[in-house]
Design a binder for this molecule. Structure first.
Ligand code: NAP
Length: 490
């Protein structure tokens, strides 16, 4: 039975569905359960959404399966048109969607607007890629036959996304999956399900056929993911989130030998060499550290600065950080919104306390704000000593620990001394030197004299325990295809 979704009016002018999207219908959870979504700026609920059950997860697989053959054989041009329309609708409603992100995630309005634009670009980029899926024909070395390779949709994909970029992490997966001809089940983070549901409504309006995109908010993430991954019809898992959960999901996926793309945690080093342009480096540090209030996998986590410029760099950075206004993201003048929840504030507080106990000095900030909501002051720590917890873990908050180094080799050794390898940043006026250091860094991405690397046209992803596979660019599309080799005589 088709049930009209219970809609929420969290943002004036935007009606957001709050039920599950299964097979083109908005439906309540099988057991009628719902869970609350909290505004991090007030710590108050803003509404509730359906809490998907294991059975709902399996209904999503049925729906994705029923739609799979039709979508895989839909002309690439038509798949492209649908994605283009989704891009247009997201762009038309960018301010409303940004306000929705602010309400459930807390980030500042400019960050949220930047995210919506970035998110929509994945639909545009993959609309363009959908019609450029190539194969290959080679001659066998023996000259006896041709090696023909075609790319086919990999099949039903389970997509699991985090709360820190609730729109972009969803579109970065849905865009390439749909372009490749796959059907999907999206399980958004429980802190931020509303944005994913709003994206689902836009896709339906853009003409995505029933069952091609299914959306399953659920607080029972472990159980639901396990059941879906055990269904042999599911052939792809694309996960963005913590390394800990990613590792557990890789174990789950192993039983059915499911193809996995993993975008996991980071611990980005930010290296300022002695010949860097300090204005450029400080500006880069502000972006790399403070985009999303520090709640980004790409956030600069450890700032390694050459001894000769460290004091001046820290002073300028502290001044810039102290100048940021902290408050609810809904105030248009806010630079830094609240963290996502109390646990995030507690973690940042603990990391700063440990660094101070080990000798670090606070150049600015260093405290949680004493007011409702989950606010932490922009903070710069200097003289952070090796062994401090803050250098080993993702901070996921507005804190910049500065560490001094003496040689390029030492900077590279310090930067690589982590199990993570998502992104690194290097600042130098000497391009050759910057490239040499970039090549020596163990990371999937490097920002060279840039504090931001994210681009829908670029392959985003990490090495070591930061992940497997790439999202964005042409590489992102290939993650949703399987190559088939046909040995051919003619
Ligand atoms: P998380 O706790 O790992 O959760 C991510 C997603 O996994 C959520 O949807 C969550 O659902 C779900 N989940 C949790 N436990 C699960 C389980 N046992 N089985 C299946 N799904 C499960 O991460 P997060 O706190 O939301 O996000 C922050 C992390 O994401 C950071 O480590 C950050 O670095 C990483 N991240 C990486 C990238 C990248 O591209 N590399 C981008 C953004 C974020 P519930 O919300 O219902 O628990």
């Amino acid at each position: 039975m088709t049930v009209q979704s219970t809609s929420l009016d969290v943002v004036d002018g935007l009606s957001v569905p709050s039920d599950l999207l299964i097979g083109g219908d908005w439906t309540a959870a099988g057991d009628g359960g719902r869970f609350e979504v909290i505004d991090p700026a007030t710590a108050q609920p803003i509404g509730s959404v359906a809490n998907g059950t294991v059975e709902d997860g399996l209904r999503c697989v049925d729906a994705a399966d029923a739609a799979a053959a039709g979508w895989a054989t839909t002309a690439p041009r038509q798949r492209s048109r649908v994605l283009t329309r989704a891009f247009e609708l997201m762009s038309e409603r960018e301010e409303l969607l940004a306000e929705l992100i602010v309400r459930e995630n807390g980030k500042s309005f400019p960050d949220a607007l930047g995210e919506v634009r970035y998110a929509a670009e994945f639909f545009r980029w993959y609309a363009e890629e959908a019609v450029r899926i190539t194969g290959e024909i080679r001659t066998a070395p023996a000259g006896t036959n041709r090696i023909m390779v075609v790319r086919q949709p990999i099949g039903i994909a389970l997509l699991i996304t985090p709360w820190n970029f609730p729109a972009a992490m969803a579109t970065r997966k849905i865009g390439p999956a749909l372009a490749a001809g796959c059907t999907v089940i999206l399980k958004p983070a429980s802190e931020t399900p509303l944005t994913a549901l709003a994206v689902g409504a836009i896709l339906a309006e853009a003409g995505v056929p029933a069952g091609v995109v299914n959306i399953l908010p659920s607080r029972r993430s472990g159980e639901v993911a396990r059941a879906v991954l055990r269904d042999s019809r599911v052939r792809k898992l694309s996960f963005t989130g913590s390394t800990e959960v990613g590792r557990a999901l890789l174990h789950e996926a192993a039983d059915q030998v499911i193809s996995c793309s993993m975008e996991l945690g980071g611990n980005a080093p930010f290296i300022v060499l002695d010949d860097a342009d300090l204005d450029v480096a400080v500006e880069g540090a502000m972006v790399a550290k403070m985009r999303n209030g520090g709640e980004a996998c790409t956030a600069a986590n450890r700032l390694y600065v050459h001894r000769s410029i460290a004091a001046e760099f820290a002073e300028r950075l502290a001044a810039a950080m102290a100048g940021l206004s902290v408050g609810p993201g809904s105030d248009r003048g806010t630079d830094v919104g609240p963290l996502v929840n109390q646990a995030a504030v507690d973690k940042v507080t603990e990391l700063v306390a440990d660094a101070r106990d080990r000798g670090a000095a606070v150049a600015t900030g260093g405290y949680a704000l004493d007011q409702p909501g989950y606010f932490y002051a922009p903070t710069v720590l200097t003289g952070v000593t090796p062994g401090s917890q803050i250098l080993a873990e993702e901070i996921f908050g507005p804190v910049a620990p500065v560490v001094v180094f003496d040689t390029d080799e030492e900077a590279v050794t310090l930067a690589n001394a982590t199990e993570y390898g998502l992104v690194a940043y290097v600042f130098s006026r000497d391009l050759a030197r910057g490239l040499r250091v970039s090549e020596a860094l163990e990371s999937g991405m490097v920002g060279l004299n840039r504090g931001v690397v994210s681009d829908p046209a670029a392959p985003f992803g990490g090495v070591k325990q930061s992940g497997l596979g790439r999202e964005g660019g042409h590489e992102g599309l290939l993650e949703y295809t399987e190559s088939k080799y046909i040995a051919t005589n003619w």
